[in-house]
Design a binder for this molecule. Sequence first.
Ligand SMILES: [Zn+2]
Length: 280
Amino acid sequence: MPELPEVETVRRTLEKLVSGKTIESVTVRLPRIVRRPDDPEAFAMLLAGQTIRSIGRRGKFLRFVLDDYVLLSHLRMEGRYGVYPAEEPAENHTHVFFRFTDGLELRYRDVRQFGTMDVFPIGEEWRSEPLHKLGLEPLDESFTVQALRNAIAGRTTKLKPLLLNQEIVAGLGNIYVDEALFAAGLHPERTADSLTRSELNRLHEAIVQTLTDAVNAGGSSIKSYVNGQGEMGMFQQQLNVYGRKGQPCVKCGGPVEKFVLGGRGTHICPACQPVRKRKR
Ligand SMILES: [Zn+2]
């Protein structure tokens, strides 16, 4: 599932490929992708004639800013965008087509069909589902140590589920929570209220650094997407613990372990991330 860095890479790529283009028509082949308005015909009517002014991101949501509307798009498990000449045959599982006036087409493909699209009049998107409840934006300058402290202070929740909660910090998923906790040297079962001041500082720095590194890694892959114009979205990121069960820890050389926490596969180095229950 794409997390903040992958969505940010898609955002940057889309901005290069489709920003400034005017939508001539929209075709929805799978109505369930479109949530708002709930009629795909109405969705297409709203977007026809609109020019894409910019493309933003909030958490894992892409935010296409048009003349009068904002289109929010969540890729969920396997949603992908690609830009093609309109006459080129569409691949299987292509559900939404944005035909531009210049003959190109932005296509949304989603094998698992979990992705969503919502259209709002500009500005209204912040006041409704799905954006209004989102928590801190970790690559925004507003994401300070103090902001993180305020968001998690006193909570008895374990760090892993806490950081997966989009209403606390937006954009982290299973991969980057494991990576950030490893970078911070914190066990995923530690609770927020057990963190010392310096541990909280480390957690904050680890979240920012882990995501920044991943965004930069994605950025270096953008060029090939732009040249190829094909499907964009995934890139191979160097991961330190996630998916490395049994392999040597990059810090200490001991084996990386995997266990299930809150239903999610969780990767740690038990030596670098000791379970330490601090009495409050
Ligand atoms: Zn280690």
